[in-house]
Design a protein around this ligand. Structure first.
Ligand SMILES: [Zn+2]
Length: 185
């Protein structure tokens, strides 16, 4: 995986690109949680779940199906999140699905079960420029950590900044509320 605090780059870029009117803080928090959630599967190591199992690391929790389910839940709760239903679905789906897709760009571990549970094959992209991050906190503070972080800056954060700028340029700003004086006439 890229490091846990790099996965939120995708929802943060969506927020920067779409603006706080379309993507309010509550939806942003849910999307950030979605971008990190798939790695809860590392808990399975403590309980003897093998890496390659259905519930193993980069297994079902990293699938597009789980991303769609979480996005569906966000769409149902869109009113509470202060967003339009389709937007809540799209943002949470992109944020959560991006986790597995970014993992599939890393140069280590097993591939990602993107189509689980229908197809339990593990997938990688043919081009994998992101250095894989060690699992767990302790090994992360090692000589490799700078190389890992640098590859994430280059291959995740910079493209996300570019995508946010592109969104801002392409999507018109959400119309603001008219001044109170105009509202009352
Ligand atoms: Zn992961």
């Amino acid at each position: 995986m890229p490091t846990l605090f790099t996965h939120p780059a995708v929802p943060l870029a969506l927020r920067a690109g779409l603006g706080s009117d379309r993507l309010p803080a509550r939806l942003l928090l849910v999307a950030i949680a979605g971008s990190m959630l798939p790695d809860v599967d590392v808990v399975g190591f403590r309980f003897g779940v093998a890496y390659g199992d259905l519930l193993g690391h980069r297994g079902l929790s990293h699938s597009l199906l789980v991303a769609a389910c979480l996005a569906g839940l966000a769409a149902l709760l869109a009113g509470r999140l202060g967003a339009r239903r389709m937007l809540a679905f799209g943002v949470v789906f992109l944020a959560t699905a991006s986790h597995g897709l970014l993992d599939a760009l890393t140069d280590g571990g097993l591939g990602v079960a993107l189509l689980s549970p229908f197809d339990r094959a593990r997938y990688f992209f043919p081009w994998r420029p992101i250095e894989v991050s060690p699992i767990g906190i302790a090994p992360f503070f090692s000589a490799r950590s700078l190389a890992v972080l640098w590859s994430e800056v280059v291959w995740v954060w910079l493209p996300c900044v570019f995508a946010a700028l592109l969104l801002r340029a392409l999507i018109p700003r959400a119309p603001g509320r008219p001044p109170a004086a105009l509202e009352s006439t």
